[in-house]
Design a protein around this ligand. Structure first.
Ligand SMILES: [Zn+2]
Length: 251
């Protein structure tokens, strides 16, 4: 399954918060916005709307746990046992990745991060934290009119477009470094935001707000409108930006 399929399963024929899907196994929504396959008391698989999936044996590395993971988990992953250690195998890969109790599948389903390697997990978590902080601050600054419209002064990798595919130079050259440096330097690049909302569009209301923020008329009407709708804008802008950054950084 993936998140969408899990959601459909919960919603058909009637919408419910949880459903029995196998022996001692239910599908249910989680507090952090995911949908989980729960075996006994453990959420063995949790799907998230951004595409990421977390697998967790909860310490019960049993045949049943692995069977549930393979039956209901992502099609791109196979969980098996090698020399007594559970391994996660990505489709097309020959070598499994060992894990202790848990591993996560990236949003693009191309990489696995396992709890076997403590430092890699820590790095991943730190990066997610940085992305969150950067995103929140970025949107806050746009609303305060502290981020100008895109200009030729922007980071070149964010600004320039590869003509044929119309993607940014950073995307076409697969350059992650410039984005990592923007996170570290708290450099809120207008072109980066524009590219993010091009890939993950905002609603019409949020687009209107953005154009009011970037073409200020200084009338009371615009400011009232912005104030009234700032929550909507904040939520959508954060979501687009976060998705884009995660996608670009492969987390
Ligand atoms: Zn850049």
């Amino acid at each position: 399954m993936n998140y969408q399929e899990a959601k459909e399963r919960l919603e058909t024929p009637r919408k419910k918060d949880s459903k029995i899907i196998a022996n001692n196994t239910i599908l249910h929504t989680t507090e952090d916005g995911g949908i989980a396959v729960q075996l006994h008391a453990t959420d063995v698989i949790t799907f998230y709307p951004d595409g990421s999936v977390i697998y967790n044996t909860g310490g019960w590395n049993t045949v049943t746990t692995r069977e549930r993971m393979n039956t209901f988990g992502s099609r791109e992953v196979w969980v098996c046992q090698q020399k007594g250690i559970p391994h996660a195998l990505l489709t097309g890969e020959e070598k499994g990745i060992p894990f202790r109790e848990t591993f996560s599948l990236s949003t693009d389903h191309k990489s696995i991060i396992s709890d076997m390697n403590g430092s890699a997990i820590k790095k991943h978590k730190n990066l997610l934290k940085k992305i969150n902080q950067y995103t929140n601050r970025f949107v806050e600054k746009i609303l305060k009119k502290e981020v100008p419209p895109p200009s030729s002064g922007d980071c070149l990798y964010c600004q320039f477009r590869e003509v044929k595919m119309n993607v940014s130079l950073g995307e076409s050259t697969k350059n992650k470094e410039h984005i990592l440096s923007h996170l570290d330097e708290a450099y809120y690049v207008p072109s980066l935001f524009v590219r993010a909302i091009e890939k993950y569009p905002l609603s019409m209301i949020s687009n209107t707000i953005l154009s009011m923020l970037w073409n200020p008329e200084d009338d009371q009407y615009s400011q009232n409108f912005i104030d009234k709708m700032s929550d909507v804008f904040t939520q959508q802008a954060r979501s687009s930006l976060k998705k884009y950054l995660k996608e670009q950084l492969g987390v």
